[in-house]
Design a protein around this ligand. Sequence first.
Ligand code: FAD
Length: 403
Amino acid sequence: AFSGNRNWQPVWRTPEPKPHYDVIIVGGGGHGLATAYYLAKEFGITNIAVLEKSYIGSGNVGRNTTIIRSNYMLPGNEPFYELSMKLWEGLEQDFNYNAMVSQRGIVNLIHSDGQRDAYARRGNAMRMHGVDAELLDREQVRKMMPYLNYDHARFPILGGLLQRRGGTARHDAVAWGFARGADMRGVDLIQQCEVTGIRRENGRVTGVETSRGFIGCNKLGLAAAGNTSTLGRMAELDLPIESHVLQAFVTEGLKPVIDNVITYGAGHFYISQSDKGGLVFGADLDAYSSYAQRGNLATVEHTLEEGVALIPGLSRVRVLRAWGGVMDMSMDGSPIIDRTPIDNLYLNCGWCYGGFKATPASGFCFAHLIAKNETHDVSRLLRLDRFERGFEIDESGKGPQPN
Ligand code: FAD
């Protein structure tokens, strides 16, 4: 900075696309970049292109509310998200980049006896998987978060489920860390390159049509989050994914007041404080399908109502910015990392509102699948055909789980 930012070298190259790659990954979001990073680092495949229609980090990886956690309950999810948490714990050393991983703890608030039972069950399931979980009573919650509305609340706070190892990570630094690590190992990160078609011959993918011409490949991986169904259609795949907008908000900077992540169990509101001091929060989806990266005022009002119901003092704070991202909503709220009916086409999607925390494990398992053509053990239930076989992983039916 003392040089006036002159002579700073770009952190990754800007290569021209080659005519052919061993592997092409569509989507320069967290999952696409992590996949390329692990393919190169763990599986020795470096002739890879990541094709991004905009710039690296322009999608949900740079738009989320940065929460990481592994407080899931069901067998298909819990081991997968716990692998992700373990990878987060070593990530900054692994890719040698400061991603500001902060294990400040996450508390899911409890507002009814039934919800306490549901969270006790979730906590027990976590502990049986060797994951940390603590059930808090009302006084323990009050001691940790005295600024919440305890006395005149429509939905009184009765306790909380705490995962101390949960927390936050600086979202765009995660994208940059994976991008730099992949680029250093020879991966071509090709920005402003939109995939517009998937070319196939004899039932196999031969490459992709793009805004920069045709690029051939031996294997194609889709990691396009909210645009997955559009890409699926290019290969005549009708995928069980709907795209919806999720909004987020940040306030003016305040002195430290919220030192963990809090989720409101009587609604869908959640909040944390960024290291810069802004309160970062969000709530429900805009309920209509959309590919726009912005939402509507009804959800803004709804979000702020929930926020003020939980933290009355929030009504005095100014919101600085709001934005939206396009969520790839699967029908059971759980992700898909799998092959497709097309031999050399692989699919990574269905992250709903919760894919940021999954970034390292998703990249690792998708790289494993692409490199070995074998599913990694922790992602073995995240299959595409689970809906037709009746093996949904209905995590959302097991108690509220925002972000
Ligand atoms: P993206 O960053 O969206 O990457 C996909 C990329 O594909 C995009 O860059 C897009 O431009 C590119 N692309 C699409 N189509 C094409 C094409 N045809 N050709 C080339 N490139 C293409 N998750 C959490 O775990 N914790 C949270 O706190 C959390 N909060 C959230 C809050 C908000 C407001 C939002 C929007 C999301 C939140 N999420 C959260 C969800 C999380 O951000 C996503 O699930 C995750 O980032 C999706 O994976 P990704 O990073 O690879 O997606």
